[in-house]
Design a protein around this ligand. Structure first.
Ligand SMILES: [Zn+2]
Length: 315
């Protein structure tokens, strides 16, 4: 460099006023500076740079600095293109990623929907099963209830049948009693008992052989049972009296009648044979009933009260 400057000074000194030489030295200096820049920015190892240098060299073989600047611009342009390509690739990758993400999201949505549907179906199935179970229980209960009701009805029916049977039996018994009662009746329907069997007093000779049914004069007197009138007429203390012989030989006597309704022939239980009066030895109107089981005299007379009771009557 020192020698270069010495030569330049020498040159400057020699050709002080030689302007074209000075200009040439300036051009050389600019060329040196451009060469240094080219060395600094463009390493010669890269093939493309070498090519560019060569190309630039081809186009402008006479100007190395311009060639270097063009190469730098080309490098910058290439870098920008590369950057743009990289950005484009990045954008495409991002788009692909976005699409993939979208797809994944849709797939997830579908999966969730399917899962939800499956869950709903399962819940419905469970609900149906629960309902079916509840219905089964209800049916079982209803069946049990129906069974209980049927049992109750059967029991009620049985009870009703038993009651009916008892009622029938009672009715039969009552009918039998009624039939028996109809076979035998009381001589007077409305009365009150006055003289009892066995009593003694002014109206009876030492002993009363009958039962007195006190009633108003004219009250009808009935035959106590089926039989035949064997006498109807005046019998001293008995006044107007009728005697009836019943099947089996028992004779009943009705005394003190005011008048007779019948005086002979057969009679049915309940037939009116005469009317209450006060004929004979009496203190008031009544019907004197006497019972002689063997159809004998006074010695044969028995108490009419138990006898009537034995015929199902209750005087
Ligand atoms: Zn009497």
């Amino acid at each position: 460099m020192d020698s270069f400057l010495r030569r330049l000074r020498a040159l400057w000194g020699i050709r002080w006023r030689n302007i074209p030489l000075t200009a040439a030295a300036g051009i050389v200096a600019v060329g040196l500076v451009a060469g240094g820049l080219a060395l600094a920015f463009g390493p010669g190892s890269k093939p493309e740079n070498a090519a560019l240098t060569t190309a630039a060299g081809e186009h402008k073989p006479t100007s190395g600095a311009v060639e270097r600047i063009d190469a730098a611009a080309a490098i910058a342009k290439d870098s920008a293109a590369k950057k743009a390509a990289q950005e484009k690739a990045a954008a495409e990758q991002a788009e692909r990623a976005r699409v993939a993400k979208q797809r994944a999201a849709r797939s997830e949505q579908r999966r969730a929907a399917l899962e939800q549907a499956a869950a709903k179906k399962a819940a419905e199935k469970k609900a149906a099963a629960k309902k079916a179970a509840a219905e089964k229980v209800a049916a079982k209960r209803a069946a049990a209830k129906a069974e209980r009701a049927a049992e109750k009805r059967a029991a009620e029916k049985k009870a009703a049948e038993k009651k009916l049977a008892l009622k029938k039996a009672a009715a039969k018994k009552a009918a039998l009693a009624a039939k028996k009662a109809r076979e035998w009746v009381l001589p007077v329907a409305s009365y009150h008992l006055t003289g009892r069997f066995g009593q003694s007093g002014s109206n009876w000779a030492m002993f009363h052989h009958g039962l007195d049914f006190a009633a108003d004069t004219g009250t009808p007197i009935h035959a106590v049972g089926n039989g035949e009138i064997i006498s109807a007429g005046w019998q001293n203390a008995y006044g107007n009296a009728i005697e009836i012989r019943h099947p089996g030989g028992t004779v009943t006597l009705y005394g003190h009648m005011s008048r007779f309704a019948k005086t002979g022939g057969s009679v049915k239980a309940g037939d009116v044979i005469g009317y209450v009066g006060a004929t004979g030895n009496v203190t008031g109107p009544h019907c004197h009933l006497e019972v002689r089981p063997h159809g004998g005299g006074l010695d044969d007379a028995v108490d009419p009260l138990p006898w009537l009771k034995s015929k199902g009557l209750n005087p």
